[in-house]
Design a protein around this ligand. Structure first.
Ligand code: ADP
Ligand code: MG
Length: 693
């Protein structure tokens, strides 16, 4: 163990209380201090003449006390007048001790640092950091002063002194903190050396380009950001390696069964569907587990692909499981698969958290002894008490809540056969390629880039809510022509209860306005069976209009619905709006989406809604969303770990993303032993957890 891996408690003056505070900052070792980088800097490298100060400037001033007195304004304060030959300025203290009062006797020389502001006596600095100077010249700082992110009760100066100690240790023993990127690699990728980067960022020289430094675009910052991205990427690759150490059932082809399935489908597969099926088939025929992300815009036909993959598993004498993130979606899949698989004589089981008692026990028994070949449901499928006889394939629809840990945990589900199931993860969120490479470095990616034929793109209009009566008339008109419509109420202040109440109120209002229509309501707080009954009625055409909360976001499929009103669309992200809008435009009639906003709209919201009007291309929308909201929102997840970067900022450093995979390849080729320490350096305990699974 090198000295820098030593706990911070080994530093001078660090006791238990301080250790706890540092832990809150994610700092537990001496090395962690070095990677605790400044938020910004102050310039205390020169003394600013008082006459050149302006309000808002942070500066060091130096002068002689002209006068000092305690004044009573609204609040009692100690006012010290400081003169430097160029001008005069006040230092003001609202809290002060008698000793301080004594210090500032006329004629004393003081150096002070703080932000000048316009006060009662002209320019003033409130509570400056200051010191009294003796005779002769006192040196100023020789580098910019770092300001660190800190926590309650931990003062900047304390933190700064600790980092100084750590830097001194580094100076004394450079080998204690290895640069895991070897020199030839740094040269090839044009990266500065690690110690140099840390020195520059903690102690920037006065002549550094301060704008570049402040914007996080200094080569030193970028090298560290890239190293962090690299560490995340490597850890995902490690997960992949770990999973692929295990054997998986070899599933050569389910041609007979698959062919029978295809002949009963009312359509033929698109070229894109066939292509991704080939990619999947090639994976399934290997004896290592498939780890594949299937991306396809809403309505691109991912479900059929999932069914074909499931049939390969079933034909190969294995079981398949399909998991969806919500009850509604899981149930819809359950019904789709039942209808598709019944003619093939394949039984499909249903499992959700709400399945209780004997029904649950029976289902679990059937899964355990292999009577059931396909299980569809929610997360409940992957709970510890569910055992498969021989799980060959796990399909996860909408990956948002399915992170690395879940992928690792799946290894245990193939337990009986000693085999790890193949994994197919499906998402309708079109993730920009570079982001996918970082966020899903552990997955291979297949893309369905073609919609089934006969779709007409949805026309989108953006309308203020004062024109609600027109919108209602539009619904009346569409339904009179035998079509169906959705009215979506969006989330209010993240409260499901309020959202459901709003949906109920809207239903009542619309029932009054449109008495001739059959109107249904579906929201997240209804029982699963109630929801299913409403969805069925809507699907069967018994309801004209469905008022819903955003629970219908994913997967619901009613081709006759050709009109969707989204209330307060400004509350949602673009990708979410795109998902919602994908519920219409599934048939051959012209479909419309009305974004009914509540004015006034901010310029930002206007820009976002305009994107929805201009394009139906999920990838363009996602790119725009990424630009406007950032990756955490686009991926809708904290689980990728990408949202918790310490230094890298996926927007600012977007151009670095493309360099991550090549850098990882080069590093693994030339110095594979660097991978582990890099992961530990940047992911710490997190990476440890991957190891335990
Ligand atoms: P998503 O990718 O959003 O999950 P679905 O799998 O729900 O899309 O498919 C959307 C609709 O398109 C469904 O009604 C499905 O039956 C239909 N579909 C899928 N593939 C084709 C195809 N090749 N030709 C025509 N319709 C298709
Ligand atoms: Mg789907």
């Amino acid at each position: 163990m090198s000295t820098l891996d030593a706990p911070v408690a080994d530093l001078k003056g660090v006791g238990e209380a301080l250790t706890v505070k540092l832990a809150r900052l994610g700092v537990s070792s001496v090395a962690d201090l070095l990677f605790h980088l400044p938020l910004r800097y102050q310039d205390r490298t020169r003394i600013t003449p008082i006459a050149t100060l302006k309000a808002g400037m942070e500066a060091v001033v130096e002068g002689e006390v002209a006068a000092s007195e305690v004044v009573r304004g609204r609040r009692r304060s100690l006012l010290v007048r400081l003169r430097d030959g160029s001008g005069i300025l006040s230092l003001r203290f609202f809290h002060f001790s008698p000793a301080q009062q004594q210090q500032f006797r006329p004629g004393a020389r003081v150096r002070a640092f703080g932000e000048a502001r316009a006060g009662a006596t002209g320019l003033e600095i409130y509570h400056p950091e200051y010191r009294l100077l003796g005779e002769g010249a006192a040196p100023v700082e020789d580098h910019l002063t770092p300001i660190y992110p800190t926590t309650e009760g931990l003062h900047q100066s304390r933190l700064r002194a600790l980092v100084e100690q750590a830097l001194t240790q580094l100076d004394d023993a450079p080998d204690a903190l290895p640069d895991w990127l070897p020199a030839p690699l740094r040269q090839r990728f044009d990266l500065p050396e690690l110690h140099h980067c840390l020195q520059v960022l903690h102690r920037p020289p006065p002549d550094i380009d301060r704008d570049i430094l402040a914007s996080g675009r200094h080569p030193a910052s970028r090298r560290l950001a890239l190293e962090e991205l690299l560490a995340h990427h490597l850890s995902l690759r490690e997960v992949r390696l770990k999973i692929q150490q295990d054997g998986a059932p070899v599933l050569p082809s389910g041609r007979g069964l698959q062919a029978r399935f295809l002949t009963q489908l009312p359509f033929s597969l698109t070229g894109a569907q066939r292509r991704v099926l080939d990619e999947i088939a090639a994976d399934l025929a290997q004896e290592v587990p498939m780890l594949r992300l299937l991306q396809g815009d809403v309505g691109s036909g991912k479900t059929v692909v999932a069914a074909m993959a499931a049939l390969a598993a079933i034909a190969g004498d294995c079981q398949a499981a399909m998991m969806a993130p919500t009850e509604i979606l899981a149930e819809q899949h359950y019904r789709t698969f039942q209808a598709w698989f019944a003619p093939l004589g394949i039984e499909v089981a249903w499992l959700s958290g709400k399945l209780k008692g004997k029904a649950r026990l029976d289902t679990k028994a059937a899964i355990r002894d292999g009577r059931v070949r396909l299980v569809v449901g929610t997360h409940a499928i992957f709970q510890a008490d569910v055992h498969f006889q021989r799980l060959g394939l796990a399909i996860v629809d909408e990956q948002h809540r399915f992170g690395v840990h879940q992928r690792l945990a799946l290894r245990e589900k193939g337990e009986a056969g000693g085999l790890t199931p193949h994994q197919l993860v499906m998402t309708a969120t079109p993730i920009p390629r570079t982001l996918a490479m970082s966020a899903y470095a552990d997955l291979d990616v297949s893309v369905i880039d073609e919609l089934p034929p006969g779709r007409t793109p949805v026309k989108t209009v953006v309308v203020p809510d004062e024109r609600r009566p027109e919108v209602v008339a539009r619904i009346r008109h569409a339904c009179a022509e035998g079509r169906q419509a959705y009215w979506v109420c969006t989330l209010i202040e993240e409260s499901e209860v309020l959202e459901c109440q709003a949906a109920e109120a809207t239903r009542d209002e619309l029932t009054e306005a449109l008495p001739e229509l059959a109107i249904g309501l579906v929201h997240g707080r209804m029982k699963a069976a109630e929801k299913a009954a409403v969805m069925d009625a809507f699907k069967a055409g018994e309801l004209d209009l469905l008022v819903a909360t955003t629970v219908i976001e994913v997967g619901v499929d009613v081709p006759n619905a050709s009109l969707m009103i989204i209330e307060n669309p400004e509350r949602l992200g673009l990708s979410q709006l795109h998902q919602l809008r994908g519920r219409v435009g599934r048939g051959s009639t012209e479909s419309y989406c009305v974004l009914l906003y509540h004015p006034p709209l901010s310029a930002h919201s206007k820009e976002r809604l305009a994107v929805m009007r201009e394009t139906t291309d999920g990838f363009r929308i996602a790119e725009k969303d990424l630009e406007l909201r950032g990756p955490g929102e686009v991926l809708g997840t904290r689980q990728t770990g990408l949202a918790q970067m310490k230094i890298a900022d996926l927007e600012r450093d977007a151009d670095l993303l493309e360099r991550v995979a090549p850098l990882a390849d080069a590093l693994l080729a030339s110095r594979p032993e660097a991978s582990q320490p890099l992961i530990r350096r940047w992911l710490g305990a997190e990476a440890g957890r991957y190891g335990q699974v």
